[in-house]
Design a protein around this ligand. Structure first.
Ligand code: GRF
Length: 185
């Protein structure tokens, strides 16, 4: 598995994947980290790990993304906190080989505009007693592709969006490398 990671922000999920590879828990070769945000901390994490990086000029330009993936000879893509929609041509070219992680138990609390703090606010407002993380295949809409793996976490009475987000993020860091291992096997 020649793995390309896409991240727009902090990149803690990308880091968890890189750490799992380094520990020998996931036999994949990280070949590229792609970001749409020049200042993303995820890019610095990749550079620290000695991995090639690409900052997209236009995240809606399928040709630019495909050129970066081809140059790195990537054969699998993991979106890790990547906030742009993947253009249709890229989804088609990498059909069944792009996954994403979302911080809720999809199909609940997903869709356009449901990211970051908003997801956890909506979970708390709903009164749900459980939330969690979902790894799913990517199609050309937001959060609608088939589910690969999920991990539930409890919602506590005293939770704020921040405490819930932290609990879910911890689950994400374990879930994502596990889900990728399934694909690899
Ligand atoms: C995670 O909660 C992920 O599920 C969501 O965005 C967040 C990214 O966190 N898509 P990080 O950049 O991996 O730290």
């Amino acid at each position: 598995m020649r793995l390309a990671l896409f991240a727009s922000g902090g990149g803690s999920n990308a880091q968890a994947i890189l750490d799992a590879i380094r520990r020998g828990e996931l036999r994949a070769e990280p070949v590229l980290l792609v970001s749409n945000k020049p200042g993303a901390r995820a890019l610095a994490r990749a550079r620290d790990a000695g991995i090639a990086t690409a900052t997209l000029r236009d995240a809606d330009d399928a040709r630019e993304i495909l050129a970066a993936l081809r140059e790195a000879d990537a054969d699998f893509v993991a979106l890790a906190g990547y906030l742009k929609r993947i253009p249709r041509e890229v989804v088609v070219a990498f059909s069944g080989r792009i996954v994403n992680i979302h911080p809720s138990l999809l199909p609940a609390f997903g869709g356009a505009g449901m990211y970051g703090r908003r997801v956890h606010e909506a979970v708390l407002a709903s009164g749900a007693k459980e939330s969690g993380a979902t790894v799913h295949l990517v199609d050309d809409d937001y959060d609608t592709g088939p589910i690969v793996m999920q991990r539930a976490v409890p919602v506590e009475l005293a939770d704020t969006p921040e405490t819930l987000a932290a609990r879910v993020l911890k689950a994400e860091h374990a879930l994502y490398p596990e889900a990728l291992r399934l694909f690899m096997e």
